[in-house]
Design a protein around this ligand. Sequence first.
Ligand code: F0G
Length: 487
Amino acid sequence: MSDFTYSNVTFFSGEKVPLEMHKARMVQRIHLLPIEERFTVINQSGNNTFLLPNRSVFLDMLTDSGVNAMSEAQYAAMLMADDSYAGSETFYRLEKTVQDFFGLTYFLPAHQGRACENIIARSFVKPGDFVITNYHFTTTKAHITLNGGQVLEAVNDKATLPLSDDPFKGDFEIEKLTSQIDKVGGEKVAFVRIEAGTNLIGGQPVSLANMRKVSQVCRQKGIILIFDASLLADNLYFIKVREKECQDKSLAFLVREMASLMDVIYFSGRKLGCARGGGIATSNRELYLKMRDFVPLFEGFLTYGGMSVREMEAMSVGIKETLDFHTISQTPLFVEALGLELVKNKVPVVTPFGGLGCHVDALRFIEHVPQRQYPSASLAAAIYLISGVRGMERGTLSEARNPDGSEHLSSMELVRLAVPKRVFTLSQLKYVGDRLGWLYENRSLIGGLQFVEEPSTLRFFLGRLAPIGDWQGKLKAKFLEDMPSGL
Ligand code: F0G
């Protein structure tokens, strides 16, 4: 029986349950602090969930980056690592895995995804250039602008509407792409970038058919096409189940088919491969040589690129496991299960459910909090306060200010509740649905935030904020009324 069939076990009762085809053999104790303590901690942490110490967090849904549960085969491989500065066997094993996986010739290691972005932006972006992408990612955009470039987006305008039934919301609108290229001039486009599993609009996939069209445009116009494959596993799952012509194709075939359309592929190994690292692959020798010398300069020698050999071994196994349908189905199925819990509790979420996590729509949740008071950040702080669940702000706070210092209001205001692979159980997801349902009923109590300390780049990571008025005290009092234990 194929893995595809296993993952489609149906319950006689008719209930939709994401049944796991693995079991937990190592667990980590977690703690749920009472609301009085959470109230203190969130304020000590500048109302920024990035600054919360993990010991104060019950369910850590900040990200799936570097926190997916690894397989026993990954742990076993870590014991076989060959620790040498140059020429490590571990590197050659990883290189071969990446070459076989994508069907590409050259591999450059880097310590994580944004390190690849640094190398790519330095290699290809000159001041005055443009990069056109389906949708930007925070660190990607920061590296492009740091090198004097500007990012344009070419998703359909509807992709940023929270409610949709479009199965491939991450797709490029081809007319938008071509008119943007024609407007700025092809020679000014440093590269076009396709992001798999489009992160900031809700982990939404790009179809293979759309990738083919984008590739055709780039080849016709002689523009480099770069693929951010960090969220490839989720995107691959959606292509397999949602794209008709792909249903009878193997996952290995689909990955190679995608890769054949691209000039350069990079990835965060904290997501793809469920370890901690990253890398760049290409078959184009000229592009490879342009990027190569930055690896020893910024990352480490060419045979480790800033990664530990143990992580490289785990990543190599993890990348191969991406070709197992059960492995890649875990995130989308659990995201869907969480999404259904949230919908059942009337919480407004982004649809269709994507990969990576569930995305709560802050604009609909707290309509009364203006975007200049960072509703996504307020909601993320409120969620931690009433549940101990740590989500991530994905809205205006995650945007950089405009060059004139004014706020760049985000097209979506989301709180992402990431669902790392194989980490949480269904009962934990039900807890999240229940507590967010309570918060939704009491949403009128939630207020806005203002900066106390605002860093100049990637401000969402380290920025500190304070509530506008005592809304958190009122929320705490109401919670204690309904849940007197404070838990
Ligand atoms: N590209 C995408 C699409 C990503 O989602 C990320 C990271 C990166 C690049 C950068 O990779 O973290 O290894 O440097 N996303 C993480 C997240 C941080 O939480 O979504 P990195």
